[in-house]
Design a protein around this ligand. Structure first.
Ligand code: AMP
Ligand code: MG
Length: 499
């Protein structure tokens, strides 16, 4: 097989010796390409055009690594459900290298499910077809929704079984990320290393993700603030599409502010702030409404690792970082408000708009909660109501008095902004650009993954993936993907960590 010419430039391996262990992927019996993201490969300038499926399968299973790849397992720790675990690390993942994409951004290319590593503990280092295709669907859906996310480049089935509660077909995912630096990476070097090590890691993260801070005296505090800002923006975006990550451990919170690790995640259907689907989240620690608070908690863990870098006097360092952590909820609230305003079709041009619009958004959500209305459909049909077509929206609600009162308030608020009759259709149009018609509906995701995993039938997965690529365009031919799952399905629905 001709070797490809992927232009790797592996800074993590080069600049951070001691932060990882070199490790080769396991070879697999019979690699078959299940998915390849040609658009992303193009964006990454991988130079793989002309490679056939067999060559891509060999490459992205680890059987024939492309030239210049330098596979390493990264070290990290993490708080898992609040408990500190000092020894995690890439137990079934390998960073194989970094490239610069067409826009000049450095991106990691990493395997998941490529066999045991020095950090595998008792795990087998493997992954199954279903959860890896799930990474594809959720990552591509998030990307199409405009939410920062890691994305799948390839999924290759291994031709080997993996042993879980039942025997499943094995697979390797190739994941692309702005980087795989996590809060847990900092925790590892704070727990096992020295402040100098944490400083080295922070300088690396700053150079890579926040270059505007490099060289500044107060760069470590600035770094904390910048990471917090990206999380505030990210979590607000999650909340506005009803995304529940499901396992917001500190090792699953990325420094670059991308959504990462789609094991037990789910999209909410009927609105319920306490919604939680993960089978292992018995206490609801990572429920929908808890996400901003958990992000803040995780950031406090990051702050702890940075204390010795921020000031020689620990008391002073705590004071400075506490200010940043305390500002988080306000920053989150601002992003949430900007988002809710766009979803309501408003621009914020009235007196006391912040107060009025927050109250309007919150009372709308209260209404959805009280009547267990489908979150996605309600927002989408509000755009129809903006144009005077209220019937589709009304059909979602059993009782109408609360809805009538709320619609009146909303119409008044819209009118305060502009009275021009032409504004209605412009408003509806802008609402349709932020309120998706399509999200990955849990029953459709499960159906597609079951067909792929149990019957080797990829057609439902491919059709669903195509639909998810255009979430804001209403298309009657795709109506089955926009339908909510039945109440019975959602009552039973549980997600599992993708192990
Ligand atoms: P996750 O819940 O996927 O974020 O993983 C948490 C930790 O468990 C990470 O250190 C993973 O590398 C490790 N891990 C998860 N599954 C496996 C597996 N099958 N084999 C080895 N390590 C694993
Ligand atoms: Mg993880």
């Amino acid at each position: 097989m001709p070797n490809s010419a992927i232009p790797f430039d592996n800074t993590y391996a080069r600049d951070l010796p001691g932060f990882y262990q070199p490790c080769q992927p396991a070879t697999v019996r019979e690699p078959v390409l299940l998915f390849f993201n040609h658009g992303l490969a193009e964006e990454l300038r991988l130079g793989l055009t002309g490679q056939d499926d067999a060559a891509l399968a060999a490459m992205f299973s680890g059987n024939a690594l492309p030239e210049g790849a330098q596979p390493i397992a990264q070290a990290y720790s993490g708080h898992q459900f609040g408990q500190f675990n000092p020894q995690l690390g890439d137990g079934r993942a390998l960073l194989i290298g970094e490239v610069i994409d067409r826009q000049g951004r450095r991106r990691d290319i990493a395997f998941k499910g490529s066999g045991r590593t020095p950090y595998s503990r008792r795990g087998d280092g493997k992954a199954a077809v279903g959860p890896m295709l799930r990474e594809v669907l959720i990552g591509e859906a998030m990307h199409a929704l405009g939410i920062p996310t890691t994305r799948a480049l390839a999924v290759v089935s291994s031709g080997e079984p993996v042993f879980r509660e039942r025997t499943l077909p094995g697979a390797i995912l190739t994941r692309v990320a702005a980087s795989h630096l996590r809060v847990g990476t900092f925790q590892y070097f704070a727990a096992h290393g020295t402040p100098e090590k944490v400083g080295q890691l922070a300088d690396y993260a700053i150079a890579r993700h926040f270059p505007e801070l490099a060289g500044s005296e107060e760069r470590y505090l600035g770094f904390l603030r910048a990471v917090a800002e990206r999380q505030a923006a990210l979590i607000a975006q999650w909340m506005h599409v009803g995304f529940i990550h499901g396992v917001m451990n500190t090792d699953n919170m990325g420094i670059p502010g991308e959504s990462i690790d789609f094991g037990p995640c789910a999209f909410m259907e009927a609105y319920d702030p306490r919604a939680v689907f993960s089978s292992i989240d018995e206490m609801g620690r990572y429920a929908y409404e808890a996400q901003p608070r958990i992000a803040r908690w995780n950031l406090a863990r990051l702050a702890e690792t940075l204390l010795p870098l921020i000031a020689d006097n620990e008391g002073r360092a705590i004071e400075l970082t506490t200010e940043v952590i305390d500002a988080f909820m306000g920053r989150y609230q601002q992003h949430w408000l900007d988002g809710v305003r766009a979803k309501l079709g408003l621009r914020g041009m009235v007196e006391h708009a912040d107060h009025v619009d927050t109250a309007l958004g919150e009372s709308w959500l209260d209404l959805l909660h009280a009547q267990q209305v489908d979150f996605t459909l309600a927002w989408r049909r509000l755009a129809d109501a903006a144009e005077g077509n209220e019937a589709p929206l009304r059909a979602l609600f059993a009782g109408q008095p609360g809805l009538d009162r709320w619609l009146e308030r909303w119409c008044e608020r819209c009118a305060a902004e502009d009275t021009d009759p032409a504004a209605a259709s412009a408003r509806a149009g802008s609402m349709r650009r932020v309120n998706p018609w399509l999200i990955p509906r849990n029953h459709r995701v499960e159906e597609a993954l079951a067909a792929a995993s149990d019957e080797g039938d990829l057609a439902p997965f491919e059709q669903l993936l195509n639909a998810l690529r255009r979430p804001f365009d209403e298309d009657p031919a795709l109506a089955r993907y926009a339908e909510p799952a039945s109440g019975d399905f959602m009552a039973e629905f549980r997600t599992f960590c993708g192990t």
